[in-house]
Design a binder for this molecule. Structure first.
Ligand SMILES: [Zn+2]
Length: 268
């Protein structure tokens, strides 16, 4: 490896001279995302990514508000129709699959996962608006169908409609190497903003991209407290981060990786 190579890889630059990229994502279509999280984001001039599970009835009741949020620049992403996950991790932990899990991915065929994803994508096109950059988030972070884990069929189904997908891997994503279907995210829970801020600072230290995953903001269980959410937003606003929806950072990273690949080929 000569110095020209290391210079090229070290020279990754985020827009506006930012030291790191941060994407704030919110899963499942909780109403408090509309009423609380978006308010905090917009007060700071930020836009987030909101992954909707399209069969959820309480989400559908607010469809006009979700559509308006898309119009204001938030990403409204695909989180499937039914939120199927793998049962095995729950059976190991609880002794049974949770009641909300209507199907387990162990028993889903390649055709069925493709229908599950494209049906949700169609619903979003029709009710929210078309978006060629719309991304996907894996329910429960589960990457495979089948008893013998089959990730290739799940990936192929996503690629029919989406260029990028978010998982629950907790690493800071490195822009030169992250794969578009394996973008890792960190789940923020409870009342403490510090673990979330730590993952943002970790990205800042290496010029990386941290994706934050939230569910309800300010709601009862498995959620992140409103005050902690506001503390995270204040931290992001005070430092030189590029805060943008997952699709926006994803397209930027994709283009940068392509440019690097062209330079590498040209070197030979
Ligand atoms: Zn979910």
């Amino acid at each position: 490896m000569n110095s020209r190579h290391s210079t090229r890889h070290d020279a990754w630059q985020w827009p506006h001279g930012a030291k790191a990229a941060i994407s704030l994502t919110y899963d499942d279509g909780n109403a408090n995302n509309l009423d609380q999280a978006m308010h905090d984001l917009e007060a700071a001039g930020f836009r987030g990514t909101f992954y909707l599970q399209t069969a959820r009835e309480d989400m559908q009741l607010r469809v006009a508000d979700w559509r308006a949020a898309f119009g204001r620049g938030h990403e409204i992403g695909n989180h499937t129709v039914h939120h199927w996950c793998r049962a095995q991790p729950y059976i190991e932990k609880l002794g049974h699959a949770p009641a909300w899990m209507t199907r387990s991915l162990e028993n889903v065929s390649p055709e069925e996962i493709a229908t599950e994803i494209t049906t949700a994508a169609d619903w979003l096109d029709q009710h929210i608006g078309t978006d060629p950059d719309r991304t996907f988030a894996h329910p429960c972070g589960a990457l495979a169908i089948g008893v013998e884990p089959d990730e290739a069929s799940y990936d192929a189904a996503i690629l029919q409609r989406h260029f990028a997908a978010r998982t629950c891997l907790t690493t800071v994503n490195h822009p030169t190497t992250v794969q578009m279907l394996r973008i890792g995210g960190f789940v923020g829970q409870g009342a403490d903003a510090r673990p979330v801020i730590k993952h943002c600072e970790a990205a800042h230290a290496i010029g990386g991209w941290t994706v934050l995953i939230f569910h309800g903001i300010g709601g009862p269980t498995h959620t992140f407290e409103r005050a902690a959410h506001q503390e995270v937003v204040a931290h992001l606003r005070a430092q030189d981060y590029w805060v943008a929806p997952l699709k926006t950072v994803g397209r930027f990273v994709e283009a940068g990786q392509r440019a690097n690949a062209r330079v590498a080929v040209g070197d030979k």
